[in-house]
Design a protein around this ligand. Structure first.
Ligand SMILES: [Zn+2]
Length: 144
């Protein structure tokens, strides 16, 4: 049995495994959560078995601010497939979170031409199916 939301979302979806499930569960609750090391106190992303800073396995999932800045970006003007045709132009960006790690994401803005490296951004959550929520970012300089 499929709901209307499931049948209308036809884009590729992440494979959620035990290592990434806490991230996706938090996103569904509209929280941005990433691993933090109890031994050295640093955050990292993507999720790993061992801290990339000190190799400790004492890791906790912790909510972060959802604030950061654009480290790099590109504007997609040709869709990466038919299901993205209605979305172009769209922004693919590496965002440096205020907690340190970088995250590959989309910047949602009414004007892709105004995006600049160093722009301050804030997470927002897009509920695409009942099971899947995607964290994306908006520009702090855009009117909310
Ligand atoms: Zn560590």
């Amino acid at each position: 049995m499929s709901t209307p939301a499931e049948s209308t979302y036809d884009k590729p979806q992440p494979v959620i495994d035990p290592g990434t499930k806490p991230f996706w569960d938090a996103a569904r609750a509209h929280r941005l959560s990433i691993p933090r090391c109890r031994a050295c106190g640093q955050h990292h992303f993507y999720p790993r078995e061992l801290c990339p800073h000190c190799h400790s396995d004492q890791l906790d999932w912790t909510d972060v601010s959802g604030k950061g800045e654009i480290y790099s970006y590109t504007i997609a003007r040709k869709p990466a497939g038919p299901v993205f045709a209605a979305d172009v132009p769209y922004v693919i960006a590496m965002v440096t979170l205020d907690e340190g790690p970088r995250m590959l994401t989309n910047i949602v803005t009414p004007d892709v031409e105004q995006v600049r490296i160093g722009d301050r951004v804030t997470v927002r959550f897009e509920d695409v199916t009942p099971e899947l929520t995607l964290p994306k970012f908006t520009l702090d300089k855009d009117p909310s």
